[in-house]
Design a protein around this ligand. Sequence first.
Ligand code: SF4
Length: 82
Amino acid sequence: MAEEKKEKEGLIGKIEVDRNLCIGAASCVAVAPGVFELDNENKAVVKDPKGADEDTIMLAAKSCPVLAIKIFGKDGKQIFPE
Ligand code: SF4
């Protein structure tokens, strides 16, 4: 993988799921079941933003086929998608 190495702990401030984009593919749930779950509309919700380490959360966001997961840094800037 040629991902840049910036996934350090303490970077993530906020995780959001765009419900309009989410298609319920559940890859995020498979990668980080402690963080994401599907609600009764089959859309992902953040159940615990601290439910996995930050590398795992980034992987979950990257696993989303429609890039519905947005990750914001502690400074409020969007980290992913870039
Ligand atoms: S991987 Fe993306 S589309 Fe699938 S449930 Fe999670 S947020 Fe929704």
